[in-house]
Each structure stands twice: as structure tokens, then as C-alpha cells.
Design a protein around this ligand. Structure first.
Ligand SMILES: NC(=O)c1ccc[n+]([C@@H]2O[C@H](COP(=O)([O-])OP(=O)(O)OC[C@H]3O[C@@H](n4cnc5c(N)ncnc54)[C@H](O)[C@@H]3O)[C@@H](O)[C@H]2O)c1
Length: 384
């Protein structure tokens, strides 16, 4: 099998290396830190042992997977790879420096991909002489478990690079979607109102955390409510994604971060990992929700219409196809339904009316409807 190299053996690099080795590739896993390599080895060993215990793989398979991974602190070892996936810290200058070093080592046909969540692929590719071989391959955490992978060609990326990169990731039994090189790609852009509008509803005093979570779970069918999910992701991580999307969209008020979440982050109330976030994780007790279905429907409707607006706008601006936008949200963040399928079901006119009412009431740009909604109503069209 062809050799794949992973650069950066942290959370994401370790997971991606595990997948590539599971699918039979010879894997080179490089990190500049000995400590990171040691931790990565330990983590992969632990995960594979658990898979053996659960009888998902045999002892022999475990040994085969392990034997295919070469852990190294020497970057020269990435030679002879067909694909190098970079998963180091999220810093443009450091990534650019690394990409130009990688290009000096690898073969002429090797593809270099970045797992960046927030940087532009074009800016990373610009560090390479043959920038057509650079692409974004964005895995979700935990990489071995999450089925979705966003593939992001930069303006420089060649069609051959795109096709080869996609076919390799498809062969790892992942669901790939293609996204334009724009902030947040698909998932981290379209999902913003799930957190942002929930926070706004709380800030206005319409409902508390437990009630909003209950409404989204029980009436909306989402696997987790927004506050549970923010606590799970970490308020620091979730806040930083929102802030990055906001600033890289030239301060579009639709993505404006919330002071509530910022203060949680500043206080160290990060969620599950710190023992306290919107909920207290040092006890089993949880505050009771107000299970008033009329209130619940108002909450769900408002957040859902904002999510649909975001998905519709991503489609309008050709960030991805409607099928890929729906796949991204169902497979990347487990939404119960694709947002554009959902829009057709509940009626685009109804979505538009809710957005217009919110915009009229608050007078805020944040609620402006995507032009495509009005256009579709005028032309009597649905998404599917
Ligand atoms: N954690 C997530 O949920 C997630 C999800 C999708 C994408 N990403 C992206 O993946 C990338 C990695 O994130 P992570 O969470 O795995 O980070 P991490 O901090 O867990 O790991 C980063 C690793 O990179 C190594 N490193 C740093 N600079 C290096 C260099 N110059 N050369 C070689 N190794 C270097 C560090 O030693 C560390 O082991 C980032 O671009 C991030 O935006 C993260």
C-alpha cells in the first residue's frame, strides 16, 4: 500500500495516522516533539487495545496496524509518500514554513494537505513552489469515529490533486464533501447559529440553558442541546471558532460572538473538561427544564430558521452543493435532518416569515434572510 505521512502527532494527527494504518497504508507519523510522539504511541496502543477487547479487531490486526506506523522526529522520513497530511498547531506562519520544508523533501507527485480548521488553504499553498499540489483535508474530532471529511481545494489546487486526495480519503470509508476555501468551510460556518442563537435566546431571558437544551433535543430531535454541546466541545474552543469565523468574515454581525460565552471562557468555566461550564459536572444533578411545549417550539423554530438561513446562504454563494451541505451537517455534527431537506418540509415561506419578523423586531442585520429564500418563493421552487 502507498505510504501516507502525517505531520503533527497531537489529537488530530494521531487519529488520522490510526485510520491510514487501519486501511493498510504504511504510515510515517512525525512530530518535532519527543513528548508528543510518546503520547501518540501510548494513545494509539490504548485505543487499539480497547478495539481488541470489544472484539472489533483481532490481536493480529492490532499488531499489523501498529507495525505499519513509523513514529519519527526526523522530517526526512516522510520521503516517498503519496500524501502528507499536516496537523500541527493552528498558526499560518508556522504552517507555511513547514509546507516549504515538506516540499523540499517529498517526491514530485506527492500531495500536501492541511487539516486546518480556520486558515485559508490558498495562504498555506502560497508557501509552496508547486502550489497546485496543496489541498485542505479537514477531519473532525475524533477522526477515527467521525465519518465526515471536508475536502477544500484552494484556488491554486489542480483537479488531479483534488481527485487523488478525495479518492484516498473515500477509500478510508469516510464521507467526503467538497467545500470552497472560505472561513469555516461548511460545518463550522453553517453550525454557528446553533450556538449563537441559543446564547441570544438565553441572554434575552426567554429561557434558561436546560430549557433550550430540552427543546432542541426533545422537540427538535438534536442529539445534544447547544449548551450541553458547547460544554462538551469546550467553551474556549467553541468561542475561538466563533470569533475566528466572525473576524474572517469581516465582522459580519451574523457570526457575532456572545459575551455570555466569552465570560465563561474567561472564568475558566470551559465545560466538561474543567468540571464546570453551563452545567456543573461535579454532581449528577441537573437543573430542571421548563417543559412547556409552546415555549419549546418557539425556541426550536427560531434556532432552526437561523440554521436554515445559514445553509441556504452557503448554497446561494456556492460554498458547496445542497447535497454536500446536508451531508456535512448530518454526518459532521449529527443533525437529525439535512437543513435544506428540513426547509422544504417546513416550507421556505415559513422560514422567510420568521426571519423577516426577527429582523423587523430587532432591526439587526444578523437576521437578514439569504436572497435565495425570496428568489425561491418567487419562482415557486424547493431545494429538492
Ligand atoms: N482538535 C480538533 O478538534 C480539530 C478538529 C479539526 C481540525 N483541527 C486542526 O488540526 C490541527 C491540529 O490540531 P490538534 O488539535 O491535533 O492540535 P494538538 O495541539 O493536539 O497537536 C499539534 C501537534 O503539532 C506539533 N507541532 C507543533 N508545531 C510543529 C512543527 N512546527 N512541526 C512539527 N510538529 C509540530 C505539536 O508538538 C503537537 O503534537 C490544527 O490545524 C487544528 O486547527 C483540530
Amino acid at each position: 500500500m502507498k505510504k501516507i505521512s502525517i505531520v503533527g502527532s497531537g489529537t488530530m494527527g494521531t487519529g488520522i495516522a490510526q485510520i491510514a494504518a487501519t486501511y493498510g497504508h504504511e504510515v510515517c507519523l512525525y512530530d518535532s516533539s519527543n513528548e508528543a510522539i510518546k503520547n501518540s504511541k501510548h494513545k494509539i496502543e490504548k485505543i487499539l487495545n480497547r478495539l481488541v477487547e470489544k472484539e472489533r479487531i483481532s490481536q493480529q490486526e492490532k499488531e499489523n496496524i501498529n507495525s505499519r506506523i513509523n513514529f519519527t522526529t526526523d522530517l526526512e522520513d516522510i520521503q516517498e509518500s503519496v500524501l502528507v497530511i499536516e496537523a500541527i498547531i493552528e498558526d499560518l506562519n508556522i504552517k507555511q514554513d513547514l509546507f516549504s520544508k515538506i516540499e523540499r523533501i517529498i517526491d514530485k507527485d506527492c500531495i500536501i494537505a492541511s487539516n486546518t480548521s480556520s486558515l485559508s488553504i490558498a495562504s498555506i499553498a502560497a508557501a509552496c513552489k508547486k502550489s497546485g499540489r496543496v489541498i485542505g483535508i479537514h477531519f473532525f474530532n475524533p477522526a477515527p469515529l467521525m465519518p465526515l471529511v471536508e475536502i477544500i481545494p484552494a484556488v491554486q489546487t489542480t483537479t488531479e490533486t483534488l481527485n487523488t486526495a478525495r479518492s484516498i480519503i473515500d477509500s478510508w470509508n469516510k464521507i467526503t464533501v467538497i467545500a470552497k476555501d472560505t472561513p469555516g468551510f461548511i460545518v463550522n460556518r453553517v453550525a454557528r447559529p446553533f450556538y449563537g442563537e441559543a446564547l441570544r435566546i438565553y441572554e434575552e431571558g426567554i429561557a434558561d440553558f436546560a430549557t433550550i437544551d430540552w427543546a432542541m433535543r426533545e422537540i427538535g430531535g438534536f442529539r445534544m442541546g447547544p449548551f450541553e454541546l458547547m460544554d462538551y466541545i469546550g467553551n474556549d474552543v467553541n468561542y475561538m471558532v466563533t470569533e475566528t469565523v466572525f473576524t474572517t468574515f469581516y465582522f459580519d454581525s451574523r457570526y457575532k460572538p456572545s459575551f455570555t460565552q466569552k465570560r465563561m471562557m474567561e472564568a475558566g468555566y470551559l465545560g466538561r473538561k474543567s468540571g464546570k461550564g453551563y452545567y456543573d459536572y461535579t454532581t449528577e444533578e441537573r437543573p430542571l427544564a421548563n417543559e412547556d411545549r409552546d415555549l419549546g417550539k418557539i425556541i426550536l423554530w427560531r434556532i432552526l430558521c437561523m440554521l436554515i438561513n445559514e445553509a441556504a446562504d452557503a448554497f446561494f454563494l456556492k460554498i458547496a452543493t445542497k447535497e454536500d451541505i446536508d451531508l456535512a451537517m448530518t454526518k459532521g455534527v449529527n443533525y437529525p435532518k439535512g437543513l435544506l431537506v428540513w426547509a422544504d418540509e417546513i416550507g421556505i415561506k415559513n422560514v422567510l416569515t420568521q426571519l423577516e419578523e426577527l429582523q423587523a423586531e430587532y432591526g439587526e442585520e444578523r437576521y437578514r434572510p439569504s436572497p435565495i429564500l425570496r428568489r425561491m418563493i418567487k419562482e415557486n421552487k424547493t431545494f429538492y
